[in-house]
Design a protein around this ligand. Structure first.
Ligand SMILES: NC(=O)c1ccc[n+]([C@@H]2O[C@H](COP(=O)([O-])OP(=O)(O)OC[C@H]3O[C@@H](n4cnc5c(N)ncnc54)[C@H](OP(=O)(O)O)[C@@H]3O)[C@@H](O)[C@H]2O)c1
Length: 316
């Protein structure tokens, strides 16, 4: 089968098209014929091997697994022993091992039925970013004020919609050219961070992009408010933006605000909740760009540029 593979860390140029063996589904796994694959920010980290800290988990000299991509939408081709939830021919979406390929395997508990009202491209945009948004937004009360920093990107476009669906009053922070989109997703107010400082006080701040200092983010919270540090590029090559997460963890017991860092594992019940929101029309994936599989390096370059619009998806 055709796949996009990588044997060393570097720029998107380390990715190339190769013919490799089709994976076999093991106990509890499903083999998927991939129809679309989302390009989440984690792909960029794995291609570059940055920050270095991640190499401890993924391979010191090069990635242990050569095929990139986690987000998948496709059709079940075959099932391994012990798979009870899916049958060949069913349309699914979720998280797999190496979705930048014609076929990929996934654990059955990392998949859900693809919402019938979504295309494969739309469904492939959801798993990593939608789950992160859902977990970061967490539980909200009606009319709580939520600030979403990075509202026009992969995670942010979901976060605005999840918070709005929960009854929050959302302010989105994004760069030029994204204000109309962010408003259309349900934000009451939009701040273009290149023209204006982010002001005001919020019950919840979702910090998805921009690497703003912890002190600055805390000033945006009402007393007792909640800060979720969900992402943010930049920082040193060793730890990336992790110093803010560590700072939040250490400081949290001593301050009135609740400071959290989010590392979001993709959970099956989150996929089902997302499917519910998508099927009821309360949420719609924003697919900013699509690329054919062979052009995966261009897709990764675009996401690495740090100003992506919505989610980028590879089509097969
Ligand atoms: N915690 C987890 O488990 C988890 C899971 C997924 C992702 N993440 C992390 O979350 C972060 C965002 O991921 P993503 O997929 O949403 O990335 P993305 O698709 O690249 O979106 C980031 C967005 O932020 C905007 N942005 C850039 N600089 C900004 C600034 N200074 N202030 C406000 N917005 C800015 C970008 O465009 P504009 O500047 O044009 O608005 C872009 O739309 C990444 O660091 C990723 O690693 C974490």
């Amino acid at each position: 089968m055709k796949a996009i593979v990588q044997h060393r860390y570097g720029t998107a140029d380390v990715l190339h098209v190769a013919e490799i063996d089709r994976p076999e589904p093991r106990e509890g796994e499903v083999l998927i014929r991939v129809r679309a694959a989302g390009v989440d920010r984690g792909v960029v980290h794995l291609v570059t091997g940055l920050p270095y800290l991640l190499r401890l988990g993924f391979g010191l000299r090069g990635p242990r697994t050569p095929v990139r991509g986690m987000d998948v939408a496709g059709v079940v081709e075959a099932v391994g022993p012990g798979v009870t939830r899916f049958r060949p021919g069913e349309e699914v979406f979720g998280i797999c091992k190496g979705s930048f390929a014609e076929y990929a395997t996934a654990r059955q508990d990392r998949l859900a039925a693809k919402p019938a009202n979504l295309s494969f491209e739309e469904a492939a945009a959801v798993p990593v970013s939608g789950t992160t948004a859902l977990q970061g937004v967490g539980t909200l009360q009606q009319d709580q004020r939520v600030l979403v920093i990075g509202a026009g990107g992969g995670v942010g476009t979901f976060a605005v919609q999840v918070a709005r669906a929960a009854g929050a009053r959302v302010t989105g922070v994004c760069g030029p050219g994204k204000a109309d989109l962010v408003r259309s997703l349900g934000a009451e107010q939009v701040v273009d961070y290149t023209r204006q400082e982010v002001e005001g006080r919020y019950d919840v701040v979702l910090d998805i992009a921009g690497n703003r200092p912890l002190s600055r983010l805390r000033r945006l919270l009402v007393p007792g408010g909640r800060l979720e540090i969900m992402g943010g590029e930049g920082g040193g090559r060793l730890t990336g933006g992790m110093h803010r997460q560590l700072g939040a963890m250490l400081l949290s017991p001593f301050v009135r605000e609740r400071l959290h860092m989010l590392v979001s594992p993709v959970r099956e019940d989150d996929l089902r909740r997302l499917a519910g929101l998508l099927e009821s029309g309360q949420m719609k994936p924003v697919v900013g760009r699509t690329y054919p599989l062979d052009e995966a390096p261009d897709a990764v370059r675009y996401v690495a540029g740090n100003h992506a619009l919505g989610k980028v998806v590879l089509t097969l």
